[in-house]
Design a protein around this ligand. Structure first.
Ligand code: SF4
Length: 367
């Protein structure tokens, strides 16, 4: 079964660290975008494609009203065969209230992901966020009261002025909220964003501190019952994001909206990051990125992001036998430094290994 991704490229204000495709827009434009989404989804009608996850990402999907989200979910259920779907909506804490959250639930949303980022208001100001922690806490608690059983919060590591103690306290406060999932990301200065300047670069955590922050957070969240299942993702039992797991398991998904990516019928493609063209075109343009991605390479690259790791038997079955000798040799080497572990047929990176995952994966694929 495939996943459906819906990109909502609107934000109230652009955060200075963000390089996702999102723009500010008025209500009329948002309404036209929703129409274009439904129109594009309709092209899949009658094909009998089965799906079991829908993910509204952005941008800020919670800028859409419950009725608009309901229309998009309605179009998806009319055109795809949905089976007990997980329907996630990313939300900015200052864009929701009880009524809106109830509306989302009635529309079918059953998982909500809040961009909390920090429990320290100074750090939130540094990030240019519109909410303070009190607002975020209220939004999360209201979502739980409304009946959401699957709630995720994002936190960010490496912020200006953030200490190990301060980060510990942020994670502690989040763990006490009624949530079952946490994503912990390290601040990355993206090229071309307002954060891409010496003043900011000199004020954020250096690499050593960032590594300490990551390892501290992994241990802390695991202790609190949020078990790590991916480099940046932690969940209570059963709280893992079914949609995001599809990406890491190499399963197929179709993306709708400006800048949305898809992997469908064996091909990877993306839509141009152009909201106006998306609204104007009868059917959105899709640019093929890869005709036939190397499935073995992808399995290794994506699988090593997960704590479940990769299976050598599976690599063999997929036709990647020539890689096995090299993987074993490199794993032995990295294992001595505590970066990975072998458990029978399964190779997994440790939290320290996740910090060097790009280099490790490159070595594993270098034959
Ligand atoms: S709200 Fe999220 S998507 Fe929008 S600009 Fe800020 S970080 Fe980017």
């Amino acid at each position: 079964m495939i996943g459906i991704y819906i990109h909502i490229p609107f934000c109230r204000r652009k955060c200075p660290y963000c390089d996702f495709y999102s723009v500010c827009a008025d209500g009329k434009t948002i309404g036209e975008y929703v129409k274009a989404l439904c129109r594009n989804i309709m092209f899949y009608k009658g094909r009998g494609i089965k799906a079991d996850t829908v993910y509204f990402g952005g941008g800020t999907p919670s800028l859409l009203s419950a009725a608009q989200i309901g229309r998009v979910i309605g179009a998806v259920s009319e055109c795809f065969s949905l089976s007990s779907p997980e329907i996630t909506l990313e939300a900015n804490p200052c864009t929701v209230d009880k009524q809106k959250l109830e509306g989302y639930r009635s529309a079918g949303v059953n998982r909500i992901s809040f961009g909390v980022q920090s429990a320290e208001d100074e750090e939130l100001k540094f990030l240019g966020r519109l909410h303070d922690f009190e607002t975020a806490k209220r939004a999360v608690c209201t979502a739980a009261e409304t009946g959401f059983e699957n709630i995720s919060c994002d936190i960010m590591l490496g912020l200006k002025g953030q200490t190990l103690e301060g980060l510990y306290s942020t994670a502690d406060k989040l763990c006490s909220l009624p949530i079952n999932h946490i994503s912990a990301y390290m601040l990355k200065i993206e090229e071309g964003t307002p954060f891409d300047c010496d003043e900011v670069k000199d004020s954020v955590a250096d690499e050593d501190l960032l590594c300490d922050m990551y390892l501290q957070t992994v241990a802390q969240l695991n202790d609190r019952g949020f078990m790590q299942y991916e480099i940046s993702n932690f969940a209570k039992p059963g709280g893992e994001s079914r949609h995001n797991l599809k990406y890491w398991h190499g399963e197929e998904y179709i993306g709708f909206g400006a800048a949305a990516h898809s992997f469908f019928e064996g091909k990877r493609f993306c839509c141009p990051a152009d909201m106006k063209a998306f609204i104007a075109d009868e059917r959105q343009e899709k640019l093929v990125l890869e005709e036939a991605p190397d499935r073995v390479e992808e399995y290794i690259m994506l699988g090593l992001r997960l704590t479940e790791g990769i299976s050598l038997e599976k690599i063999k079955a997929m036709g990647g036998e020539k890689l096995i000798g090299n993987i074993r040799r490199k794993a032995e080497l990295f294992g001595k430094s505590g970066l990975c572990s072998f458990d029978g047929d399964r190779l997994r990176l440790t939290p320290a290994g996740f910090l060097a995952s790009n280099a490790i994966i490159a070595e594993m694929l270098d034959v």
